[in-house]
Write a protein that binds this ligand. Structure first.
Ligand code: IDP
Ligand code: MG
Length: 135
């Protein structure tokens, strides 16, 4: 069965949205098969966001992702990679569709890096790579 990495980013944990976000995954029909609250090292974050190294928002992103604990989840189900991206919504929470996690629960807080509550792997290759980094 397909698995994806979901992260509840530090903004989601600080805003006490862990339950709400997991509930949306479960209500969709996906199963949490592994879960931990973790404060990742710089090495873990650098590996996770290797594709963004050198971009203007890279350092703010690393700082943001180090600003508090993260919930890491292995989520399972048929087509869960695509399905979680769909319920998460697009990257920018201001314009993410209502009904999505980012669209309903997120907004622009005036920060350099977009704070958008969750991460979800974007392909089978990313999911395999990222799950190995976090679990
Ligand atoms: P995704 O999380 O929707 O897959 P990515 O392009 O992989 O988006 O970017 C990773 C994270 O970096 C985003 O979730 C967001 O927090 C941040 N980010 C992406 N693009 C920008 C940008 O243009 N400005 C500021 N922050 C960004
Ligand atoms: Mg991404």
């Amino acid at each position: 069965m397909e698995k994806t990495l979901v992260l509840i980013k530090p903004d989601g944990v600080k805003r006490n949205l862990i339950g709400e976000i997991i509930a949306r995954c479960e209500q969709k029909g996906y199963s949490v098969v592994d879960l931990k609250l973790t404060s990742p090292s710089r090495e873990v974050l650098a590996a996770h966001y290797a594709e963004h190294e050198g971009k203007s928002f890279y350092e703010p992103l690393m700082e943001f992702m180090s600003s508090g604990p993260i919930v890491a989840i292995t989520l399972q189900g048929q087509r869960v990679i695509e399905g979680f991206r769909s319920i998460a919504g697009t990257t920018d929470p201001t314009t993410a569709a209502p009904g999505t996690i980012r669209g309903d629960l997120g907004r622009d807080w005036g920060t350099t890096v977009v704070q958008n509550l969750v991460h979800g792997s974007d392909s089978p290759e990313s999911a395999a790579r990222e799950l190995k980094i976090w679990f």
